[in-house]
Write a protein that binds this ligand. Sequence first.
Ligand code: ADP
Length: 355
Amino acid sequence: MSQPTNAIAVEGLTKRFGETTAIEDLSFTVEGGELFGLLGPNGAGKSTLINILCTLLGPTEGTARVNGHDVTSETGAVRDSLGIVFQEPAIDEELTGAENLAFHARMYGTRKAEREQRIPEVLDLVELAEVADDPVESYSGGMQRRLEIGRGLMHEPEVLFLDEPTTGLDARTRRDTWEYIERLNEESGVSIVITTHYMDEADFLCERVAVMDQGEVVAIDSPAELKASLGGDVLALGLTDGREELFERLEAQPWVREYTATEDGVAVTMAQGEQRVADLVRLADDAGATIESVDLQKPSLAKVFLSLTGSTITEREAGDREEDHAEATDSDPATDRPTEAAGATEATEAPEAVE
Ligand code: ADP
């Protein structure tokens, strides 16, 4: 029996633009049917990686396969295997949903009979069958985003790339879009790779996440495992008096994994912190301490990023942008996509990136 084909297999993948190394020595696989995330700040190398996987850019070193096909020597098969939804809208608002899909299918050279069969299937898949004949300008933001996804699914790809799928959507629509993407992955079995710089998006959606920073994958695992690597929840107490006595008592508790003195009290690491608040308050009380504040901090991907890179994602983006302004003169003739270094629209969204 042959091995099941990976949706994506990347080995030693490197891309340089002149002096800039956009991605360096990446190696990882995405399994068939997986919902996988590339998480990282602007400038981490996500678009470069996606553009190589889509055959829009050639690698400098290393190999990449999509659905078993090599991105350099089998570009046609790679393109047939994948659907891609870029951030920039690519639908015509004056046409109906069905007309947009028909137009896209004609561009792909799909035969009429096939088109007529596939369009209602896709409209069903993206939950737009009822508004198929309404002009797209009457659709909500979420419906338009689903139609974009529908375009990417027209030729029944094995792998679907969604580039920052919820940028520009309001909070409620983002949530609905996440739920929709999850359903699509479960029901159709298509492998989905999303790029995102939103921690909460990666956490909610992805079975596994590759955390990218400065062109490298610094960790790759499920959001739960990544968060577990931080060692547990942290209960921070603000205290006056009795600190030393409390430290002694903490030593004796089997549920305390670690504690550290903070400027105004103590931070205690443990599993399931919400179930230990009462215990910790009692201990502090017994130690004669006066409690000024109690703060339960659950692990988050934002904290994982911080612990892996020493910077928050916002700091990283701010720093990178300064560097980019200094060096962003290079461009690549192999792609007509503008360099992401300009990133002006994304810059305004940076605060949301840390949840
Ligand atoms: P992300 O998608 O994570 O924001 P990118 O892949 O766009 O990251 O960028 C990674 C790095 O490569 C950045 O430093 C960026 O400035 C640089 N880069 C990307 N594309 C080009 C290009 N066409 N020419 C020169 N540098 C580029």
